[in-house]
Ligand binder design. Structure first.
Ligand SMILES: [Zn+2]
Ligand SMILES: [Zn+2]
Length: 276
């Protein structure tokens, strides 16, 4: 499907993320071959702890295996983004200075100062270091999360009360879909691909559920992609309404492709409340 963008995305921007997702799918397929799911009653864990699963259950991550994946991502990026070869080569050269267990831990804790210091040490920007740690970790997160997708999606808000936080990995979500069959809303995590249900007329940031102060915006001619806004907290949430197309879409790519909705919402004074 080719969509006309009301704003111009940089040349190759969406294709880059499509290729990245394909690379991640391939990595995940390899990881799955030797992965034995951790047996847990995931809904019980959530309601007992009130924390994302990843914070209370240990998942097996072999540092060497992660390091290999990180190296492969650097190679992928060199092919896809030749303009940043210089920084990628610095990371390749200094890879033994990186403590991968710490990088993962600090990434999950969103410890920006750790990344600033480590990036300075190997003379790259913190952004590129965070990007590579993040995207090489995602195939692991998805492998771990996948056995629980169905249970979490069926939960009907009983075990998890934080609508905009992923119950599996703890990332903040910016995207939801309205299911074709019944219009029920599911939040989507683009890190581990978990989905969880949330109320329909409801602000996922502040809990406001008054229909008068929750509205949605669309771009003319494209009703399937919507942005819900809340007058109470000035938050917004992007949404794909499957009922408009009668079909599913790749939500990871949809989130990337709809940067114009972020711009539209932000120009009107709404925020995705990324900083808490
Ligand atoms: Zn997640
Ligand atoms: Zn709100």
């Amino acid at each position: 499907m080719k969509r006309q963008f009301p704003v111009n995305l940089p040349e190759g921007y969406v294709d880059f993320f499509k290729n990245l997702e394909t690379w991640q799918n391939e990595q995940q397929a390899k990881l799955k071959k030797s992965y034995l799911p951790v047996e847990i009653d995931v809904l019980k864990v959530l309601s007992n702890t009130n924390k994302p699963v990843l914070q209370s259950i240990e998942f097996p991550l072999v540092e060497e295996q992660y390091k290999e994946q990180f190296k492969e991502l650097l190679q992928f990026l060199k092919n896809e983004r030749p303009e940043i070869t210089g920084m990628l080569e610095k990371m390749q050269k200094n890879i033994d200075q990186l403590d991968f267990n710490q990088l993962i831990l600090k990434f999950l804790e969103a410890d920006d100062s750790y990344f600033a210091e480590t990036a300075a040490l190997i003379e790259v920007t913190a952004d590129i270091l965070i990007f590579t740690v993040d995207h090489s970790l995602r195939p692991f997160l998805r492998t771990w999360a996948e056995p629980y997708y169905a249970r979490i999606a069926e939960d009907e808000f009983k075990s998890w009360n934080f609508a905009n936080i992923c119950p599996f990995c703890g990332s903040r979500s910016h995207f939801s879909r309205l299911r074709a069959a019944d219009g029920r809303r599911f939040m989507f995590c683009d890190q581990c691909f978990t989905e969880w249900e949330t109320r329909n007329i409801y602000c996922v940031h502040c809990g406001n559920d008054s229909p008068d102060t929750i509205q949605y915006l669309t771009v003319e001619g494209d009703l399937a992609f919507q942005v819900y806004t809340c007058e109470e907290c000035k938050g917004y949430l992007k949404t794909f309404d499957e009922r408009q197309k009668g079909d599913k879409t790749d939500l990871f790519i949809a989130n990337i492709e709809t940067v114009y909705l972020d711009i539209m919402a932000q120009e009107r004074g709404y925020s995705s409340h990324d900083n808490g």
